[in-house]
Write a protein that binds this ligand. Structure first.
Ligand SMILES: [Fe+2]
Length: 265
C-alpha cells in the first residue's frame, strides 16, 4: 500500500519517543517532571500527525479532485488520440468532479432548509457525477501505453473458470460494448457474494448497474470517448482498446477485491 507523508511522519515521532525513553532508562534515570512533560508534548504531536495522516487517506465532503493521469495525453495513440484524451480528462472528468463536489456540499455540508425535492435532485446528481468520477478514475489506470496482451495469474484463471477462455470473454465483452446505446460503460465486475466475475453494461454512469459488485475493468462507451476519432465505428474503438488494456492494474484490483468475502447466496 502507498504510504502517505503524514503517516511516515508520525511513525518517526513514535521512534524518537521510544529512543528518548530507552536512553533515559539505559542511563539509570527515573522519569522526572521534565521528562513527563516531554512525553506529553510528544504524544500530542503524534496524535496530530496521525490525524493528519488519516485525513490524507480520505476525502472530505466536496473535496474530490482529478487523479493524476499516469501517462501523457498522446501516450495511448494511435488507439486513442491526444485530442480525445485531453478533452476527456480535463473537461469531461473535471465536470464530474465538480458536479460531485457540488452535490456533496448541498447534501452534507449545507444541511439547512432543503425540501424532499432538493434531496431528490442532489441525490441524483451525486449518483450521476459520483459514478462518473469513480468510473473515469478506474478507466485511466485500466489503460497503459505498454498494455495489451492477455492477463496472467489469478485473474487469468478466474476468467477461464467463469467464461471458458480469454478469447470467449473478450468476444462477450466487445459485443456488450457494441450494444451500448449512445452513452454508457461496459464493465467486468467481481461479485464478492457469489465469487465469480460478470459482465455488465451501464447507461450513462449509473443506470442498470449490478450492485454489491466491484468493477475490475471498465470501458468508457460514451461518444465523447471515441467519436472525434472513430465517428460511428464504436466497435472498432472497442476492438482497438484491448491493445492498451493494463492487465497488471486489473489483476491488482482483482487481488484487492477478493479480500471482500461475503457469505455466498
Ligand atoms: Fe468518459
Amino acid at each position: 500500500m502507498e504510504q502517505h507523508a503524514g503517516d511516515a511522519l508520525w511513525r518517526t515521532d513514535v521512534k524518537d519517543l521510544q529512543q528518548h525513553l530507552e536512553s533515559k532508562l539505559a542511563a539509570g534515570e527515573t522519569i522526572q517532571q521534565q521528562t513527563a512533560v516531554h512525553f506529553r508534548q510528544a504524544a500530542e504531536k503524534i496524535a496530530d500527525r496521525a490525524e493528519q495522516a488519516n485525513r490524507q487517506n480520505s476525502v472530505r465532503w466536496g473535496q474530490h479532485r482529478l487523479p493524476p493521469l499516469p501517462y501523457g495525453f498522446d501516450a495511448l495513440e494511435p488507439y486513442i488520440s491526444k485530442e480525445i484524451m485531453e478533452l476527456h480528462y480535463t473537461k469531461h472528468h473535471q465536470s464530474y468532479v465538480d458536479g460531485l463536489n457540488k452535490a456533496e456540499e448541498m447534501l452534507y455540508v449545507n444541511r439547512d432548509n432543503k425540501s424532499s425535492s432538493d434531496y431528490k435532485h442532489y441525490l441524483r446528481e451525486q449518483s450521476f457525477h459520483g459514478s462518473g468520477h469513480f468510473l473515469h478514475t478506474i478507466f485511466w489506470y485500466n489503460m497503459s501505453p505498454n498494455g495489451g496482451g492477455e492477463p496472467s495469474g489469478q485473474l487469468a484463471q478466474q476468467i477461464r473458470k467463469d467464461f471458458g477462455s480469454f478469447r470467449r470473454f473478450k468476444e462477450m465483452f466487445t459485443k456488450a460494448a457494441d450494444s451500448v446505446e449512445g452513452v454508457g460503460w461496459t464493465i467486468l465486475v467481481w461479485e464478492p457474494r457469489s465469487h465469480h466475475l460478470a459482465i455488465q453494461t451501464l447507461e450513462k454512469h449509473q443506470f442498470f448497474g449490478l450492485l454489491d459488485t466491484i468493477p475490475l475493468l471498465v470501458l468508457d462507451m460514451w461518444e465523447h470517448a471515441y467519436y472525434l476519432q472513430y465517428k460511428t465505428n464504436k466497435k472498432q474503438y472497442a476492438e482497438n482498446w484491448w491493445k492498451i488494456v493494463n492487465w497488471a492494474n486489473a489483476a491488482q484490483r482483482f487481488e484487492t477485491a477478493k479480500q471482500v468475502k461475503w457469505a455466498p447466496f
